[in-house]
Ligand binder design. Structure first.
Ligand SMILES: Nc1ncnc2c1ncn2[C@@H]1O[C@H](COP(=O)(O)OP(=O)(O)OP(=O)(O)O)[C@@H](O)[C@H]1O
Ligand SMILES: [Mg+2]
Length: 351
Protein backbone atom coordinates (compact mmCIF):
# COMPACT_ATOMS: atom_id res chain seq x y z
CA UNK A 1 0.00 0.00 0.00
CA UNK A 2 1.32 3.44 -0.84
CA UNK A 3 1.78 5.42 2.33
CA UNK A 4 -1.61 6.86 3.04
CA UNK A 5 -1.78 10.37 4.33
CA UNK A 6 -0.47 10.21 7.85
CA UNK A 7 -1.19 12.73 10.53
CA UNK A 8 1.81 14.93 10.78
CA UNK A 9 2.50 16.46 14.14
CA UNK A 10 2.95 19.98 12.80
CA UNK A 11 3.08 22.93 15.16
CA UNK A 12 -0.03 25.06 15.56
CA UNK A 13 -0.04 27.72 12.91
CA UNK A 14 -1.17 31.32 13.38
CA UNK A 15 -0.59 32.53 9.83
CA UNK A 16 -3.67 33.70 7.95
CA UNK A 17 -4.53 31.48 5.00
CA UNK A 18 -7.04 32.87 2.57
CA UNK A 19 -9.21 35.93 2.49
CA UNK A 20 -10.40 36.03 6.11
CA UNK A 21 -9.10 35.16 9.55
CA UNK A 22 -9.50 31.49 10.52
CA UNK A 23 -12.65 30.46 12.35
CA UNK A 24 -10.69 28.45 14.88
CA UNK A 25 -7.04 27.71 15.59
CA UNK A 26 -7.93 24.71 17.73
CA UNK A 27 -5.82 21.63 17.27
CA UNK A 28 -7.01 18.05 17.72
CA UNK A 29 -7.85 16.32 20.96
CA UNK A 30 -6.74 12.74 21.52
CA UNK A 31 -10.19 11.63 20.37
CA UNK A 32 -9.86 13.64 17.14
CA UNK A 33 -6.51 12.04 16.37
CA UNK A 34 -8.00 8.64 17.05
CA UNK A 35 -10.97 9.36 14.79
CA UNK A 36 -8.65 10.55 12.01
CA UNK A 37 -6.67 7.34 12.23
CA UNK A 38 -9.92 5.39 11.93
CA UNK A 39 -11.01 7.52 9.02
CA UNK A 40 -7.77 6.78 7.24
CA UNK A 41 -8.22 3.06 7.82
CA UNK A 42 -11.72 3.33 6.43
CA UNK A 43 -10.49 5.06 3.27
CA UNK A 44 -7.79 2.43 2.78
CA UNK A 45 -10.31 -0.39 3.23
CA UNK A 46 -12.68 1.30 0.80
CA UNK A 47 -9.97 0.83 -1.83
CA UNK A 48 -9.27 4.51 -2.41
CA UNK A 49 -5.49 4.19 -2.51
CA UNK A 50 -3.59 2.65 -5.37
CA UNK A 51 -0.97 -0.05 -4.84
CA UNK A 52 2.77 0.67 -4.75
CA UNK A 53 3.09 -1.15 -8.08
CA UNK A 54 0.48 1.04 -9.72
CA UNK A 55 2.14 4.21 -8.36
CA UNK A 56 5.47 3.08 -9.81
CA UNK A 57 3.87 2.21 -13.10
CA UNK A 58 2.42 5.73 -13.34
CA UNK A 59 5.87 7.19 -12.70
CA UNK A 60 7.37 5.04 -15.45
CA UNK A 61 4.64 6.01 -17.88
CA UNK A 62 5.16 9.70 -17.13
CA UNK A 63 8.92 9.30 -17.64
CA UNK A 64 8.27 7.65 -21.00
CA UNK A 65 5.95 10.45 -22.07
CA UNK A 66 8.57 13.03 -21.01
CA UNK A 67 11.07 11.42 -23.37
CA UNK A 68 8.54 11.14 -26.22
CA UNK A 69 7.57 14.84 -26.14
CA UNK A 70 11.21 15.97 -25.96
CA UNK A 71 12.02 13.89 -29.04
CA UNK A 72 8.91 15.20 -30.77
CA UNK A 73 9.92 18.84 -30.20
CA UNK A 74 13.44 18.13 -31.45
CA UNK A 75 11.96 16.50 -34.53
CA UNK A 76 9.74 19.53 -35.24
CA UNK A 77 12.70 21.87 -34.65
CA UNK A 78 14.75 19.96 -37.22
CA UNK A 79 11.85 19.97 -39.68
CA UNK A 80 11.57 23.75 -39.37
CA UNK A 81 15.19 24.05 -40.50
CA UNK A 82 16.71 25.37 -37.27
CA UNK A 83 20.47 24.96 -36.65
CA UNK A 84 21.84 21.88 -34.88
CA UNK A 85 22.43 23.81 -31.68
CA UNK A 86 18.79 24.80 -31.60
CA UNK A 87 17.75 21.19 -32.15
CA UNK A 88 19.97 20.16 -29.27
CA UNK A 89 18.50 22.82 -26.96
CA UNK A 90 14.91 22.16 -28.06
CA UNK A 91 12.83 21.06 -25.09
CA UNK A 92 9.35 20.20 -23.89
CA UNK A 93 8.16 19.65 -20.34
CA UNK A 94 5.45 17.52 -18.82
CA UNK A 95 3.43 18.75 -15.83
CA UNK A 96 0.56 16.98 -14.13
CA UNK A 97 -2.62 18.40 -12.66
CA UNK A 98 -6.04 17.15 -11.56
CA UNK A 99 -6.44 14.51 -8.87
CA UNK A 100 -3.06 12.89 -9.62
CA UNK A 101 -1.21 16.16 -9.05
CA UNK A 102 -3.17 16.89 -5.89
CA UNK A 103 -2.32 13.43 -4.60
CA UNK A 104 -5.92 12.26 -4.20
CA UNK A 105 -6.37 9.91 -7.13
CA UNK A 106 -7.62 6.38 -6.72
CA UNK A 107 -6.62 3.16 -8.47
CA UNK A 108 -7.32 3.31 -12.20
CA UNK A 109 -7.67 7.12 -12.26
CA UNK A 110 -6.50 9.01 -15.30
CA UNK A 111 -3.44 11.25 -15.24
CA UNK A 112 -4.19 14.79 -16.34
CA UNK A 113 -1.03 16.01 -18.03
CA UNK A 114 0.14 19.15 -19.76
CA UNK A 115 2.95 19.36 -22.27
CA UNK A 116 4.65 22.76 -22.55
CA UNK A 117 6.58 23.44 -25.74
CA UNK A 118 8.33 26.37 -27.43
CA UNK A 119 6.61 29.13 -29.34
CA UNK A 120 7.15 27.69 -32.83
CA UNK A 121 5.62 24.28 -32.00
CA UNK A 122 1.88 24.69 -32.43
CA UNK A 123 -1.14 22.75 -31.29
CA UNK A 124 -3.08 22.54 -34.54
CA UNK A 125 -0.55 20.62 -36.66
CA UNK A 126 2.47 19.75 -34.55
CA UNK A 127 0.56 18.42 -31.56
CA UNK A 128 -2.60 17.06 -33.15
CA UNK A 129 -0.91 15.59 -36.25
CA UNK A 130 2.80 14.98 -35.74
CA UNK A 131 2.73 13.96 -32.08
CA UNK A 132 -0.54 12.17 -32.67
CA UNK A 133 1.07 10.08 -35.43
CA UNK A 134 4.11 9.32 -33.29
CA UNK A 135 1.82 8.07 -30.51
CA UNK A 136 -0.39 6.17 -32.95
CA UNK A 137 2.59 4.09 -34.04
CA UNK A 138 3.58 3.02 -30.54
CA UNK A 139 2.55 -0.41 -29.28
CA UNK A 140 2.04 0.89 -25.76
CA UNK A 141 -0.51 3.46 -26.92
CA UNK A 142 -4.14 2.41 -27.29
CA UNK A 143 -7.50 4.16 -27.60
CA UNK A 144 -5.85 7.30 -28.99
CA UNK A 145 -8.48 9.97 -29.37
CA UNK A 146 -7.68 13.58 -30.34
CA UNK A 147 -10.27 16.19 -29.29
CA UNK A 148 -8.95 19.39 -30.92
CA UNK A 149 -12.23 21.32 -30.81
CA UNK A 150 -12.93 20.95 -27.10
CA UNK A 151 -13.03 24.04 -24.84
CA UNK A 152 -9.70 22.71 -23.59
CA UNK A 153 -8.19 20.80 -26.55
CA UNK A 154 -6.95 17.39 -25.43
CA UNK A 155 -5.45 14.16 -26.69
CA UNK A 156 -6.78 11.17 -24.80
CA UNK A 157 -5.09 7.78 -24.83
CA UNK A 158 -3.95 4.87 -22.75
CA UNK A 159 -0.27 4.26 -22.31
CA UNK A 160 0.50 0.76 -21.07
CA UNK A 161 -3.05 0.67 -19.78
CA UNK A 162 -2.85 3.98 -17.87
CA UNK A 163 -5.38 6.60 -19.03
CA UNK A 164 -3.79 9.89 -20.00
CA UNK A 165 -5.39 13.24 -20.84
CA UNK A 166 -2.67 15.24 -22.58
CA UNK A 167 -3.01 19.00 -23.14
CA UNK A 168 -0.58 21.21 -24.98
CA UNK A 169 0.56 24.78 -24.33
CA UNK A 170 3.04 26.61 -26.49
CA UNK A 171 4.68 29.39 -24.45
CA UNK A 172 6.26 32.51 -25.95
CA UNK A 173 9.86 31.31 -25.59
CA UNK A 174 12.14 29.83 -28.24
CA UNK A 175 13.61 27.38 -25.72
CA UNK A 176 11.60 26.00 -22.80
CA UNK A 177 13.88 26.07 -19.73
CA UNK A 178 13.98 22.88 -17.66
CA UNK A 179 13.00 24.89 -14.56
CA UNK A 180 10.11 26.81 -16.14
CA UNK A 181 7.76 28.05 -13.42
CA UNK A 182 4.24 27.84 -14.81
CA UNK A 183 2.85 29.49 -11.67
CA UNK A 184 4.47 32.72 -12.77
CA UNK A 185 2.09 34.99 -14.66
CA UNK A 186 4.79 35.60 -17.29
CA UNK A 187 3.93 32.23 -18.93
CA UNK A 188 0.71 33.88 -20.05
CA UNK A 189 2.44 36.60 -22.09
CA UNK A 190 1.37 36.54 -25.72
CA UNK A 191 -0.56 33.30 -25.61
CA UNK A 192 -4.10 32.63 -26.86
CA UNK A 193 -7.18 31.67 -24.83
CA UNK A 194 -7.00 27.89 -25.39
CA UNK A 195 -3.39 28.01 -24.16
CA UNK A 196 -4.42 29.94 -21.05
CA UNK A 197 -7.11 27.34 -20.41
CA UNK A 198 -4.61 24.53 -20.95
CA UNK A 199 -2.15 26.06 -18.49
CA UNK A 200 -4.91 26.81 -16.03
CA UNK A 201 -5.33 23.30 -14.57
CA UNK A 202 -1.68 23.12 -13.52
CA UNK A 203 -1.59 26.69 -12.26
CA UNK A 204 -4.71 26.05 -10.16
CA UNK A 205 -3.35 22.79 -8.72
CA UNK A 206 -0.07 24.52 -7.79
CA UNK A 207 -1.93 27.32 -6.06
CA UNK A 208 -4.23 24.99 -4.13
CA UNK A 209 -1.24 23.12 -2.73
CA UNK A 210 0.42 26.42 -1.78
CA UNK A 211 -2.67 27.87 -0.14
CA UNK A 212 -3.59 25.06 2.24
CA UNK A 213 -1.99 25.00 5.70
CA UNK A 214 -1.29 21.27 5.72
CA UNK A 215 -1.22 19.28 2.48
CA UNK A 216 -1.57 15.84 4.11
CA UNK A 217 -4.66 16.87 6.03
CA UNK A 218 -6.09 18.50 2.93
CA UNK A 219 -5.57 15.30 0.92
CA UNK A 220 -7.19 12.95 3.34
CA UNK A 221 -10.17 15.25 3.87
CA UNK A 222 -10.61 15.67 0.12
CA UNK A 223 -10.44 11.91 -0.49
CA UNK A 224 -13.12 11.46 2.11
CA UNK A 225 -15.41 14.18 0.71
CA UNK A 226 -15.00 12.94 -2.87
CA UNK A 227 -15.93 9.45 -1.74
CA UNK A 228 -18.93 10.84 0.12
CA UNK A 229 -20.02 13.00 -2.85
CA UNK A 230 -19.92 10.01 -5.19
CA UNK A 231 -21.98 7.94 -2.76
CA UNK A 232 -24.52 10.73 -2.40
CA UNK A 233 -24.79 11.24 -6.17
CA UNK A 234 -23.47 14.79 -6.18
CA UNK A 235 -20.10 14.16 -7.84
CA UNK A 236 -20.28 15.08 -11.47
CA UNK A 237 -18.87 17.79 -13.66
CA UNK A 238 -21.42 17.62 -16.40
CA UNK A 239 -24.78 17.29 -14.69
CA UNK A 240 -24.61 20.52 -12.71
CA UNK A 241 -23.05 19.10 -9.57
CA UNK A 242 -19.40 19.44 -8.61
CA UNK A 243 -16.33 17.72 -10.05
CA UNK A 244 -12.83 17.09 -8.73
CA UNK A 245 -11.52 20.63 -8.81
CA UNK A 246 -14.65 22.08 -7.20
CA UNK A 247 -14.54 19.68 -4.28
CA UNK A 248 -10.83 20.38 -3.94
CA UNK A 249 -11.46 24.13 -3.66
CA UNK A 250 -14.30 23.70 -1.15
CA UNK A 251 -12.16 21.45 1.05
CA UNK A 252 -9.12 23.73 0.71
CA UNK A 253 -11.16 26.68 2.02
CA UNK A 254 -12.25 24.69 5.07
CA UNK A 255 -8.60 23.75 5.68
CA UNK A 256 -7.76 27.46 5.66
CA UNK A 257 -10.55 28.25 8.12
CA UNK A 258 -9.35 25.54 10.54
CA UNK A 259 -5.59 25.55 9.96
CA UNK A 260 -4.70 23.21 12.84
CA UNK A 261 -7.55 20.74 12.50
CA UNK A 262 -7.01 17.10 11.51
CA UNK A 263 -9.11 15.33 8.84
CA UNK A 264 -11.81 13.96 11.15
CA UNK A 265 -12.43 17.51 12.38
CA UNK A 266 -12.19 18.97 8.88
CA UNK A 267 -14.89 16.65 7.53
CA UNK A 268 -17.39 17.76 10.14
CA UNK A 269 -16.33 21.42 9.80
CA UNK A 270 -16.83 21.06 6.03
CA UNK A 271 -20.48 20.21 6.51
CA UNK A 272 -20.96 22.88 9.14
CA UNK A 273 -19.40 25.61 6.98
CA UNK A 274 -21.29 24.73 3.80
CA UNK A 275 -24.59 24.13 5.55
CA UNK A 276 -24.37 27.74 6.66
CA UNK A 277 -22.78 29.24 3.55
CA UNK A 278 -24.84 32.03 2.02
CA UNK A 279 -24.60 31.33 -1.69
CA UNK A 280 -23.99 33.08 -4.06
CA UNK A 281 -21.22 34.46 -1.87
CA UNK A 282 -18.11 33.10 -3.58
CA UNK A 283 -15.72 30.58 -2.08
CA UNK A 284 -12.19 31.87 -2.71
CA UNK A 285 -8.77 30.74 -1.52
CA UNK A 286 -7.11 34.08 -2.20
CA UNK A 287 -8.09 37.55 -3.39
CA UNK A 288 -8.99 37.71 -7.07
CA UNK A 289 -6.02 39.17 -8.94
CA UNK A 290 -6.95 42.13 -11.11
CA UNK A 291 -6.82 41.65 -14.83
CA UNK A 292 -3.21 42.23 -15.86
CA UNK A 293 -3.08 40.70 -19.34
CA UNK A 294 -6.55 41.21 -20.73
CA UNK A 295 -8.04 37.81 -19.92
CA UNK A 296 -11.53 37.70 -18.52
CA UNK A 297 -11.61 37.39 -14.72
CA UNK A 298 -14.70 36.44 -12.66
CA UNK A 299 -16.28 39.68 -11.48
CA UNK A 300 -20.05 39.93 -10.92
CA UNK A 301 -19.77 43.73 -10.64
CA UNK A 302 -18.54 43.93 -14.21
CA UNK A 303 -19.88 40.86 -16.00
CA UNK A 304 -23.66 40.38 -15.96
CA UNK A 305 -23.23 36.69 -16.68
CA UNK A 306 -21.19 36.20 -13.51
CA UNK A 307 -24.13 37.55 -11.53
CA UNK A 308 -26.21 34.57 -12.62
CA UNK A 309 -23.87 32.02 -11.02
CA UNK A 310 -25.55 30.23 -8.12
CA UNK A 311 -22.57 28.63 -6.41
CA UNK A 312 -19.38 30.50 -7.30
CA UNK A 313 -16.23 28.54 -6.44
CA UNK A 314 -13.37 30.65 -7.72
CA UNK A 315 -10.11 29.23 -9.05
CA UNK A 316 -7.06 30.71 -7.31
CA UNK A 317 -4.75 31.39 -10.29
CA UNK A 318 -4.95 34.34 -12.68
CA UNK A 319 -7.24 34.56 -14.65
CA UNK A 320 -9.56 33.57 -11.79
CA UNK A 321 -12.77 31.91 -12.97
CA UNK A 322 -15.83 30.35 -11.48
CA UNK A 323 -15.18 26.62 -11.67
CA UNK A 324 -18.83 25.74 -11.02
CA UNK A 325 -20.82 27.80 -13.51
CA UNK A 326 -22.87 24.66 -14.31
CA UNK A 327 -24.64 24.62 -10.95
CA UNK A 328 -28.37 25.46 -11.19
CA UNK A 329 -30.86 26.37 -8.48
CA UNK A 330 -32.07 22.79 -8.37
CA UNK A 331 -28.64 21.12 -8.18
CA UNK A 332 -27.62 23.66 -5.54
CA UNK A 333 -30.72 22.75 -3.52
CA UNK A 334 -29.88 19.05 -3.76
CA UNK A 335 -26.30 19.71 -2.61
CA UNK A 336 -27.48 21.88 0.29
CA UNK A 337 -29.78 19.05 1.40
CA UNK A 338 -26.87 16.66 1.23
CA UNK A 339 -24.63 19.04 3.22
CA UNK A 340 -27.33 19.19 5.90
CA UNK A 341 -27.59 15.43 5.92
CA UNK A 342 -23.79 15.18 6.28
CA UNK A 343 -23.84 17.77 9.03
CA UNK A 344 -26.49 15.89 11.02
CA UNK A 345 -24.60 12.62 10.60
CA UNK A 346 -21.40 14.18 11.96
CA UNK A 347 -23.19 15.81 14.87
CA UNK A 348 -24.82 12.51 15.84
CA UNK A 349 -21.56 10.61 15.65
CA UNK A 350 -19.65 13.16 17.73
CA UNK A 351 -22.08 13.70 20.62
N1 LIG B 1 -15.04 23.50 -14.42
C1 LIG B 1 -13.72 23.55 -14.36
N2 LIG B 1 -13.12 24.73 -14.09
C2 LIG B 1 -11.78 24.83 -14.02
N3 LIG B 1 -10.95 23.79 -14.18
C3 LIG B 1 -11.49 22.59 -14.46
C4 LIG B 1 -12.90 22.40 -14.57
N4 LIG B 1 -13.12 21.10 -14.86
C5 LIG B 1 -11.92 20.50 -14.92
N5 LIG B 1 -10.94 21.40 -14.71
C6 LIG B 1 -9.49 21.12 -14.65
O1 LIG B 1 -9.22 19.83 -15.15
C7 LIG B 1 -8.67 19.01 -14.10
C8 LIG B 1 -9.05 17.58 -14.32
O2 LIG B 1 -10.43 17.43 -14.25
P1 LIG B 1 -11.04 16.05 -13.78
O3 LIG B 1 -12.50 16.13 -14.08
O4 LIG B 1 -10.23 14.91 -14.29
O5 LIG B 1 -10.94 16.17 -12.19
P2 LIG B 1 -9.90 15.58 -11.17
O6 LIG B 1 -9.63 16.69 -10.18
O7 LIG B 1 -8.73 14.98 -11.84
O8 LIG B 1 -10.78 14.50 -10.43
P3 LIG B 1 -11.10 12.99 -10.82
O9 LIG B 1 -10.38 12.70 -12.12
O10 LIG B 1 -10.61 12.23 -9.64
O11 LIG B 1 -12.59 12.98 -10.95
C9 LIG B 1 -9.19 19.65 -12.83
O12 LIG B 1 -8.43 19.35 -11.69
C10 LIG B 1 -9.08 21.12 -13.20
O13 LIG B 1 -7.78 21.57 -13.08
MG1 LIG C 1 -8.60 13.57 -13.48
Amino acid sequence: MVSAEGLSGSLPTAKQYGVTKPISLAGPTEADIQRSAELEKFLVNAGLYESKEEAEKRQEVLDRIRVIVKEWVKHVTRMRGYLDQMVEDANALIFTFGSYRLGVHGPGADIDTLCVGPTYVNREEDFFFILHDILAQMDEVTELQPVPDAHVPVMKFKFDGISIDLLYASVSQMVVPEDLDISDVSVLYEVDEPTVRSLNGCRVADQILKLVPNIQHFRMTLRCLKFWAKRRGVYSNVTGFLGGVNWALLVARVCQLYPNAVPSMLVSRFFRVYTQWRWPNPVMLCPIEEDVLGFSVWDPRKNPRDRTHHMPIITPAYPCMNSSYNVSTSTLRVMMEQFQYGNKTCEVSIY
